[in-house]
Design a protein around this ligand. Sequence first.
Ligand code: NAD
Length: 495
Amino acid sequence: MRMIDHFMDGRSLHLDGRLGDVFDPNLGRVQAQVGLGDAALVDRMAANAKAAQPAWAALNPQRRARVMFEFKRLIEANMQSLAELLASEHGKVVADAKGDIQRGLEVVEFVCGIPHLLKGGYTQGAGTDIDVYDIHQPLGVTAGITPFNFPAMIPLWMAAPAIATGNAFILKPSERDPSVSVRLAELAMEAGLPAGIFNVLHGDKTVVDALVEHPDVKAISFVGSSDIAQAVYARGASAGKRMQCMGGAKNHGIVMPDADLDRVVADVMGAAFGSAGERCMAMPVIAPVGERTAERLRQKLIPAIASLRVGVSTDPDADYGPVVSAQHKARIEGYIQMGVDEGAELVIDGRGFSLQGHEEGYFLAPTLFDHVTPAMKTYQDEIFGPVLQMVRADSLDAAIKLASDHPYGNGVAIFTRDGAAARAFVDQVEVGMVGINVPIPVPVAYHSFGGWKRSAFGDLNQYGMDSIRFFTRTKTVTQRWSETAAGRNFSIPTL
Ligand code: NAD
């Protein structure tokens, strides 16, 4: 059986102890085992990272950037094998796995500009012979805890800015698909990163708790489900750490009566069902405005959904693959039944789907519900599967209120030809990332990614300038170089 080991001090580290099963969701079989670390390993890794970090931070930023340029080149050169490895553990199709890697790679590209990104502000002559300037220094040892659904992109969201700014970084990937993280750390070493700067710690709650408590871990970036994000945020913040914890989502697509419905349906297919709906920026709720829009949309959605092709990750013609685990599949099926019990109309039922030759794989065909209402638990909760729920809205105001009142506030999109409606929507909706005729509004790498409400805990977002701020602390220097002797002054200095 293949063994997935930790990565510390620039090499693989095997430890005896608890193991976790890593499945192939296409086959429903265990394909590897991953070592599950403990608090002693966290101690060891943090000490090793702490010892390595000062020399890395002391390199000028241009030299750190050169490592990032080479890291980018190596990821590109290994794209195919990384994507296949990722798909085999996650279940997403290989083309989508490449997108997962590409969106992470773009954050590596962003931090190739680290000399520029780290420049501080400077004010000459803030007082007589006085200048003021800011410097942004690394924090020391930092950590990232990532979810199963983007095994390359989200580790790179965190690792790239953490390392480029001069920190050491401990990555705790999802124990469900941990192999790509190890490959990324190996490639970073090959790119010239010193040992001890990019470490991979496998495990579950035990190691997350140890990281959150560890005095030498100065900042933690977390992405996962909301209850865990909130708990990790609260514990880390009370231990005095810098924390950013992204949570779950339930993104709405608002369809105005003037929208081009053929384009909307094409967009919604990918946004609702791509990656089997296992994306925090998926669009599991569609909210047409007005009954006529709803009926027209429904008539177009039904054949489009029926034409979707579910297949194994390596099938180039498949639109999406299996969900990640047997438990997750059962959970999604449970939500479909709950929707029926709550009184929503089950238009297309994706349960009971079986793929020939892969009968044990975790496949689900697409599901469509209509007449879902805000009070339903299936509407309130994140299902995280290939299930699209239609919630009919009477007006644009009602649609804005619907998205704004939902406990999650990650992403939202409006489909319209009306600029004034789009503008009002952007202004009023209480959601962090907004698309206008863009179904999955994940910001580009030089902006930042973050939701509102239960979708994010903490103030600074992922990647972009927010990540440079998150992984550094600012020191502000007020200097006087003066020929004039200073007088005695017992009042607070004013300029
Ligand atoms: P998860 O919360 O189960 O796990 C996330 C991480 O936390 C993993 O590394 C896991 O090992 C660890 N963990 C699990 N249980 C823990 C516990 N009790 N205490 C401490 N740590 C624990 O999430 P998941 O199922 O891997 O990922 C899916 C979730 O992530 C969805 O809710 C999705 O919306 C969310 N997500 C959010 C974003 C975002 O940016 N907002 C992006 C991707 C995924």
